[in-house]
Design a protein around this ligand. Structure first.
Ligand code: ZN
Length: 268
């Protein structure tokens, strides 16, 4: 057992709030600082099913990667999505804490976990934020690899999802230098295009930015893109965060087994 306020002080040393982007909302989102916590569930998203999982295992706190409260809410009633989730948390005496961009910028953030899973080395932040931290990462494959082969490797090293891994580019195009941004990384496309990266792996890429990016003339050849399921990419963070938190005494940290990928089925 540990008081929530003490636990949050521990989290602050692991994921300093000051490392979060200005637009982000991290830290305690729902809860009472005086509550006692014995079990914590770690998940990508807060959904009704994740709260059910927390209730089933007797967790008093849920840590999610994605903030429940990012944009302002006008009301907290159970007729609205956010209100119903907040009400359910409070009814079950469960607090909610978020570590988002302040977890992403770390050297063991989701982008780095992806890079390790894909066999990249010489990792550096894609968008440095100072002190060795940064969004995304850039690394190299041991040897130049066909785009279709690398995309297969990406797919094989992520959890299975209904929406498969897709790539944009020539299948036989050779790639060696790889940029990765877990989550929706299209805001970094311009920087990746201007760099000497051969392929960029991220999620939620839209039609126009994708078409423009792969069509842009570049000295080293066209940029290839690999789009993976947002949930699949960031689910790698859950067991890693759980392992990192295990050093905190008196609390049991558990990785969620609830799949919160909203895409449930591919049509054949
Ligand atoms: Zn995300």
């Amino acid at each position: 057992m540990i008081q929530l306020s003490e636990l949050i002080a521990e989290f602050e040393t692991i994921w300093p709030t000051s490392h979060a982007d200005d637009w982000d909302r991290v830290g305690l989102q729902v809860g009472s600082l005086g509550d006692q916590v014995s079990k914590v569930l770690v998940a990508v998203d807060l959904t009704d099913s994740v709260i059910d999982e927390a209730v089933t295992i007797g967790a008093n706190l849920i840590i999610t990667h994605h903030p429940l409260l990012l944009k302002p809410v006008e009301t907290v009633t159970d007729e609205k999505l956010k209100g119903s989730l907040i009400a359910k948390l409070i009814k079950n005496s469960i607090s909610l804490f978020t570590a988002h961009t302040n977890a992403d910028v770390q050297l063991d953030g989701a982008s780095t976990l992806m890079a390790n899973a894909f066999g990249l080395s010489n990792l550096k932040p894609l968008m440095p934020t100072g002190g060795g931290f940064g969004h995304g990462c850039v690394g190299e494959l041991p040897e130049a690899t066909r785009l279709d082969e690398f995309a297969k490797r990406v797919s094989a090293n992520l959890p299975e999802t209904a929406r498969r891994v897709v790539f944009a580019g020539e299948p036989n195009q050779l790639v060696k230098k790889v940029a990765i941004c877990s989550g929706a990384g299209d805001s970094f496309l311009a920087e990746v295009l201007a760099s000497d990266v051969d392929v960029y792996v991220t999620s939620d890429l839209r039609h126009h930015p994708t078409l423009d990016a792969i069509s842009t003339p570049r000295a080293g050849g066209p940029l290839a893109l690999i789009d993976v399921a947002h949930w699949a990419a960031e689910s790698l963070w859950v067991p890693a965060a759980t392992a990192k938190l295990a050093k905190i005494d008196g609390v049991n940290f558990v990785s969620s087994t609830t799949k919160t990928d909203p895409w449930t089925q591919e049509v054949n």
